[in-house]
Design a binder for this molecule. Sequence first.
Ligand SMILES: Nc1ncnc2c1ncn2[C@@H]1O[C@H](COP(=O)(O)OP(=O)(O)OP(=O)(O)O)[C@@H](O)[C@H]1O
Length: 896
Amino acid sequence: MASLTVDLTLAGIAVGGAAALTGIGLVVTYRATGVLNLAHGAIATVTAYALRELAVVHGWPLWLAAATCLGAIAPGLGLLLDRAVFRPLAARDAGPAETLVATLGVFVTLVGAAYLLWGGGARADAPSLVPWGPVAQSVAALSTVAVVGGAVAAVTRWTPYGVRLRAVVDDRRLATLAGIDADRVAAAGWAFGAFTAGLVGVLLAPFLRLDPYGLSLLVMETMAVAVAAGMRSLPAVVAVALAIGVGQSQLTRFHPQGWAEPLLQAVGANLFVVALLVAVVAGPQIGASVTSGLVPVRGVTSRGSYRAYRSWAACAVLFLLPLGFSGTDLSTSVQVPAMAVILLSIVVVSGYGGQISLGQAGYAGLGALFTGLLAAGRFPGVPRLPGLAALLVAVLLVAPLGLLTGGPAIRRRGLALALATFAVGTAVSRFVLAQPYATSGLGAGLPRPAGFSDDRAYYVLELLLLGCVLAAVATMRRGRLGRSLTAMGEHEPGAAAAGVRVPTLKIFTFVVGAALAGLGGGMLGLGVQAFDPGTFDPLYGLLWFAAVVVFGTDSALGALIAAALLVGLDSGTGEGVATAVIGVLAILLGRLPGGLAGLRTRFTAAPAVRVSLSPAGERVRARIAARRTGADRPVPARHSVSLPRDGRLGAVKGTARHGPAVRLTARHLTYAYGGNTAVDDVDIVVPPGRVTALIGPNGAGKSTLFHCLCGTLRPGGGQVLLGGRDVTRLSAHARSRLGLARTFQQLAVFPGLTIAENIHVGAEQGRRPDVSAATDRTLRLLGLDQVRDEPAAGLPTGLLRRAELGRAIAAGPRVLLLDEPAAGLDEAEVAALGTVLRALAADGMALLLVEHDLELVGGIADFGYAMAGGRLLAAGPPAAVLTDPRVQRAYAEALP
Ligand SMILES: Nc1ncnc2c1ncn2[C@@H]1O[C@H](COP(=O)(O)OP(=O)(O)OP(=O)(O)O)[C@@H](O)[C@H]1O
């Protein structure tokens, strides 16, 4: 017994050691570059194959092959990735979403390349650098971890590189300004990270299957240890890795009775997946807290244009083409509509809702599994159902499971959400799809619906279902739902401030996404008449996501083309080609803002002879031009876009619609960031019919107080009252529905919507009966009626500030909080803004103005508060506050 315990512990240490190496490599790369390298596992796989190629195929001595692989190939690959992929992204300040897609692209490319070069079968002859036996392996693993971890600690602590690394980690821009070559630091980080990946690959390959997908995925799962350690602490990485490794092997000792045994075995075998799930769902947020749309690539939104109709017609011909083939064997073609429905599920979640989902393969697999079980009469408590009914019931069963990823999405964003959805997809695959108790007997003979048993008839049925899905997806794009989704995807806090019920909408998109993926999976299962868990491997979740992003995340047409490409390439040229092609395209995307959709417009939007278009056509052209340049777009000279100084202020009348005037009150409000108290026992009152100003030097705590008032931060102490109602614990969107509106310091407009649509979003969330009239009135009031149909993307800042203000006031708020509304406006615009704000106050609205423009404050405020160091310094008439010696001293002290 004791020897069993020791043996299992040693085996666990060997696995934990490999996971620790993965974690160390990931953390170092992340700290040096800000990139969580999802391709780590693929680099491990390629290095392991390279070692086998040199030592086994070409007969090199093992030490020479290992030195070449670990000393040259793996770090060289890291350097290549740095130069070719990630440095260009860093140079143009690409967002976390683009970087994530690039790492996925690298992952998919390397896996596809490994597949093409070395085939898909598992290799049992990977050479081992470590003698067999648990003692030797665990000693080797521990000593490697000690050497690598110790070297990293020594380098970061005691060498000039370490100092530079720490400076870059703290503040990359500042470090660069101080003369540090951040690119070299990043290159070293990539080389080291790839070296550790290679080390893990060559250590693990002999003991596991060496196949392109399996090893890559396995190493990816072990990134749980880095995530659990908050991507920071190396000792924590090692401790978590060893604990999971040992726990995993010790679990193999337990053999409970009945259903618990396979479950326990599955938990044991997949403990890293469980740990990843727990770490991303319950652990700290990793990565930047991204506040804008996560998925950068949007297709051309010239919906309704001639070119769009032409593309759709071409696509329809492509999908109808197989029906013209002679014979009845369409066994490959039947996979295309099913795949298209699965990819459309990603379009809904990521393109429309702006949420990253890497786990759609899990839902597709569940759809196929449930369809099979229902059709075979093996679903517990449900009688055997005919094929079509089985498919539809399966969709209904899968839909609520969308909560599995929708739930984490409420609190998680960016990288954390990507990992959470990946972990959910992997867990579904491992705990359900791959379990014999769920799937036995479904390998073959899944019956198609009666009357659709031959390929041709079934293909027609699939086209009908695809048509229904396209119609449903198109309705999601329109009207209030479409605007709310776009707003949420492009600026989540902005959408919440406008009153969009962000958590509900997120759940909704994930539920619809799960239903569609389930439908596509079921169609695929019926199409190939078998349930194969391998078809829904978690890796496909990554590949399908990359494919959708490459063809324009919000483009339904792109999803159809991607589906045809994925199925067609693999069946026509051999498996692995589609993977490699999609991977390369995803990498290229980083070099081509706008994605393939952007590429399309590049060639088609600039005809040699410029034909003059109708006004609508010109708008599309302008929109395309903006996408190509990404620059601020000049506003057409013929438009009058200045703010009205007085003439149109009649439009203000009745702007506030949320009922009687109220005051906003903060009592003893306190907020601390860790140990730093940014707001300290502050009392303020914002009465109706007045402009109240809040001033103070940089770092005074104004923004933090502002966030506590509007609900984006939850104060640590004190109360916020709206009228008599305590709203301290209400979310931002709930406060907005009670009549509290806000603008943002950093512009919060929705670039994918027109100026009028931006304002419409605010008006319709305010539940006004007169949404269109309120939108028109607001456009007039702010002098925006001439640019109402211009897309917001790329318009000048002054106009966008007004559009944001318009969105806030169109909701008919009773209290309006403005965070530096004059930033980016010229003198005339500031003066006109002041006139509008005074008119709003005269109409009964309560306004709070956080502003650095003291002239504006002195000119329009009725009452002023001054803060410094988190506390109120002075309160009273603006002139008195501005000249208060304590306030002047605080400003003087804050000067550099
Ligand atoms: N996200 C954060 N994490 C940690 N500390 C923060 C954070 N945001 C602000 N702080 C700190 O809280 C204090 C108050 O910052 P705050 O941004 O509220 O001041 P402010 O008056 O709005 O400044 P500014 O006019 O420059 O926007 C500062 O010391 C700042 O460094």
